[in-house]
Every structure is written in structure tokens, then in C-alpha cells.
Design a protein around this ligand. Structure first.
Ligand code: GDD
Ligand code: MN
Length: 400
């Protein structure tokens, strides 16, 4: 049995030792797997003797499909079985299979005999003639579905139209983007990081692979003879999510790159700021409360505020801007940052007084609301100034 490789879903560019690896994803297909392996090996032994492997990727099916498949491997040396535990999903199963595949050409076929195995011969032929990807399609000549009802046809076509609207340049490249029966050259996806979601692995391959020449072969989607379909409404939802994600790839990534780091920092800065409020309050209580030390309020507040500033500085230097602090090491540099931090806080204090004056005295806003607004603005101000001036990336930091 094959070990499940964990980590990212990326198909490596290994030196292939076989011509063809066909992955069969299965979940509760114990009644189909024997017949399928028999038919597939019958065909492949004829057209590609010794040059192929079958990889059943089973997600620990309750009906023990994996055990049935393993029992077959004694008679079929070309058969490998992967029993995945702790991971589920058709698309990721296919990629896991391709990750352990040794073939130069990778393929996938359903494990329930709804994809006619004979079509493989034509698919292989098209690849041999130079296609990067060859898709078995229900929507070209020779293709079709058995006896699907109106609702099922409508849902299937509806999904395709949706795909054409959201992702025209990907979905529009093939006539049957929902197909789970296709072959491709390993080189077309080697190195691409795949993020499969739900059922539709072909869309992922089209969206992220380097695919130039595409061929299609018609096939008739057969009725299930045994077992049952695993499709539920969830697959429709994840299909939609998949389309949206593929559409925004790149663009979303760039937006995230630009904003994610400052946002994380701002969040940390806010948390540190809150801890400072707690320190300030506690100290004010301990120093000035008559039942405690009973010092004067003004003096107590000055001490409390400074200790809070020290607290905030320490955490910001270690955590919020820790990466930048580490690129400017040394006690001297730290002291400089600390003094600057004090200055920025002082400026922030003045700013908050001005804001409260404007909102409360001039505009008549509720004083606590005005204070909240002032705190929010000053936090962002403090953050921005500290980011730009204090924990900034210096030229030295950039080019070590
Ligand atoms: N390993 C694994 N894990 N296999 C799974 C899982 C899973 O979570 N879910 C489903 N499978 C396997 C099934 O056992 C079957 O071999 C294959 O994936 C397809 O699943 P079905 O549930 O039979 O899907 P279908 O026939 O309704 O849907 C098919 O629709 C397309 C045509 O629109 C898809 O499977 C496509 O491959 C097909 O072309
Ligand atoms: Mn099926």
C-alpha cells in the first residue's frame, strides 16, 4: 500500500519511469472496483503493455473499497492502492494520486464505470498526437448522457453557464468543463500549486496549469449500475466558491500582499494598546487610590502613563514590529526607538486633546463617544507614524 504524502498539493516534475498513470478516485465503490480494474487492465495491457499503472485512491471508504482493491493487486501488478485516512474529497484524491504517479502522462477516471473505459484508447491517441490535455466530453460528437431527467440536465448546463460567466477564459476552453475523465501531460501541471475544492478538478487544472493544445473526445455518460453518487448540494456550493477563487487568483493575492501585513500589524498594535490601557488603569488605582498608596492624581497619572508606554513599547518591539526590530539590533538602536515611541505617544496625546475639543466642545458630541473616536484616530495615527518613522525598513535592512 502507498503512504499518503502530506503537504502542499503540487505535482512534482520527477523523471517519469512509465508512460501513463491513471488515477481512480473511489469512495464506497466496492461493488464496482473489481470490474473496473478488470476492464481497464484488459484495455491497457493491449495498448500500453508494461507502460502504465492504475492508482486507486480511496478515502478510507466505510465499505472497504480499499481492501477489495488491495486484494486485487496480487493478480494485477500494475495496480497500486492508496488508502487515505484523515483527508477527503474527490479533487484532492486525484492530486494525491498524481503525486505518487510515475507516468509522464497523468489521467483520471471515475471508479463507478460511468466513464466508459474504451474511450481511454482515443484519449491516449490524442495525447500521443501532441495534445497537452485531452478531455472526454459529453458535449461533442459522439458524446451524451444516458437518460437524464430535465432537472439534472438543467443543473449540469446551469453550472456550465455559470462557469462561463464567471471564468470565461478557463471554462470556455473546453466543451465539458465538468468532466472528471481526462488525461494530461505531467509537464503541464508540474510545479503548479493546486488548490482543489470539491469535485471539479479539471477547472483547477485549466486555471492553473500551462496548457496549450487541448483535444476532446466524445463519450456517453453511463448510468450507475452499483453503488450511489456522492454528489450533494454541497458540491454546487463549493463549485461556485472554486470559480470565484480561480477568478480572483493573482489579483486577490496582490491585494492581500499589499494589505495583509499592515492589517495584522495594526491588529497587534491595537491589542498592545489595550494592554497598555489595563496597565495604566491598574497603576492609577494602585498609586492614587486612598486605600492604596494615596499619591496625588496628577503625579500618579504621569507615572501610570509612562509605565503603560514602556509596556506598549516592549510588546510592539518584540511582537508587532518584531521582524523589523530584529533587523536593527543593539541596545542603542532600541533606546532610539523607545525615545521616538515616547515622542509619537506624546504627539498622539496632544492630537487626542484637539480631537476631543473639536468633537465635544465645538460639535457637541457625547464626551465618551468623542473620546472613543479620538482613541481610534490616535491609535491609527500612532500606528502609521511608528510604522513609517520608527520601526521602518531601512535601506540597510533591505539590502543586507
Ligand atoms: N477518493 C474519493 N474521495 N473519491 C470520491 C470522493 C471522495 O471524497 N467522492 C467521490 N469520489 C469518487 C466516486 O467514488 C466516483 O468514483 C467518482 O469520484 C465520481 O463520483 P460520483 O459521486 O459518482 O460523481 P457523479 O457521477 O455524480 O459526478 C461526476 O460528474 C461528472 C459529469 O458531470 C463527476 O465525478 C465527474 O467525474 C463526471 O465527469
Ligand atoms: Mn458517478
Amino acid at each position: 500500500m502507498i503512504d499518503t504524502p502530506l503537504g502542499i498539493l503540487q505535482v512534482g516534475d520527477c523523471e517519469p519511469t512509465l508512460w501513463f498513470s491513471l488515477v481512480v478516485p473511489t469512495y464506497n465503490e466496492s461493488k464496482n472496483v473489481t470490474r473496473l480494474v478488470e476492464v481497464l487492465t484488459g484495455i491497457l495491457d493491449r495498448v500500453l503493455p508494461q507502460q502504465y499503472e492504475l492508482i486507486v485512491v480511496d478515502d478510507d471508504s466505510p465499505d472497504r473499497t480499499w481492501a477489495v482493491a488491495e486484494s486485487l493487486s496480487a493478480c494485477y501488478p500494475q495496480l497500486r492502492v492508496m488508502r487515505r485516512q484523515g483527508e477527503r474529497g474527490l479533487s484532492s484524491a486525484v492530486i494525491r494520486g498524481w503525486q505518487v504517479a510515475r507516468g509522464q502522462i497523468l489521467g483520471v477516471i471515475d471508479g463507478d464505470l460511468q466513464h466508459p473505459p474504451e474511450t481511454l484508447v482515443e484519449l491516449l491517441q490524442a495525447i500521443a498526437e501532441g495534445a497537452d490535455l485531452c478531455v472526454a466530453s459529453r458535449h461533442v460528437e459522439g458524446g451524451g448522457v444516458s437518460d437524464w431527467g430535465v432537472v439534472r440536465r438543467f443543473l449540469s448546463r446551469g453550472a456550465q453557464v455559470l462557469g462561463l460567466i464567471i471564468l470565461p477564459r478557463v471554462v470556455g476552453r473546453v466543451s465539458d468543463p465538468m468532466s472528471g475523465y481526462f488525461l494530461l501531460r505531467r509537464s503541464a501541471i508540474a510545479g503548479a500549486v493546486l488548490h482543489p475544492l470539491g469535485y471539479k478538478i479539471l477547472i483547477e487544472v485549466l486555471g492553473r496549469g500551462q496548457i496549450e493544445r487541448i483535444a476532446e473526445v466524445g463519450y456517453v455518460f453511463q448510468e450507475r449500475q452499483a453503488g450511489e453518487s456522492k454528489v450533494t448540494w454541497k458540491q454546487y456550493v463549493s463549485y461556485l466558491g472554486h470559480l470565484v477563487r480561480l477568478r480572483s487568483r493573482g489579483r486577490l493575492g496582490r491585494i492581500r500582499e499589499r494589505w495583509q501585513v499592515p492589517l495584522t500589524r495594526l491588529l497587534r498594535f491595537g491589542i498592545v494598546g489595550l494592554s497598555g490601557v489595563v496597565v495604566d488603569m491598574l497603576l492609577l488605582y494602585v498609586l492614587s487610590d486612598p486605600s492604596m498608596l494615596g499619591l496625588g492624581v496628577t503625579r500618579s497619572k504621569v507615572i501610570a502613563a509612562e509605565v503603560a508606554i514602556i509596556n506598549n513599547f516592549v510588546w510592539n518591539d518584540l511582537w508587532t514590529f518584531g521582524d523589523r526590530a530584529r533587523s536593527q539590533p543593539g541596545a542603542n538602536a532600541r533606546l532610539k526607538r523607545f525615545l521616538k515611541f515616547n515622542l509619537v505617544c506624546l504627539a498622539g496625546l496632544l492630537l487626542s486633546v484637539v480631537i476631543i475639543y473639536l468633537l465635544f466642545d465645538r460639535l457637541g458630541m457625547n464626551r465618551y463617544l468623542a473620546n472613543l473616536v479620538a482613541i481610534a484616530i490616535v491609535t491609527i495615527w500612532n500606528f502609521g507614524i511608528n510604522l513609517q518613522l520608527n520601526w521602518r525598513v531601512t535601506a540597510v535592512g533591505k539590502k543586507p
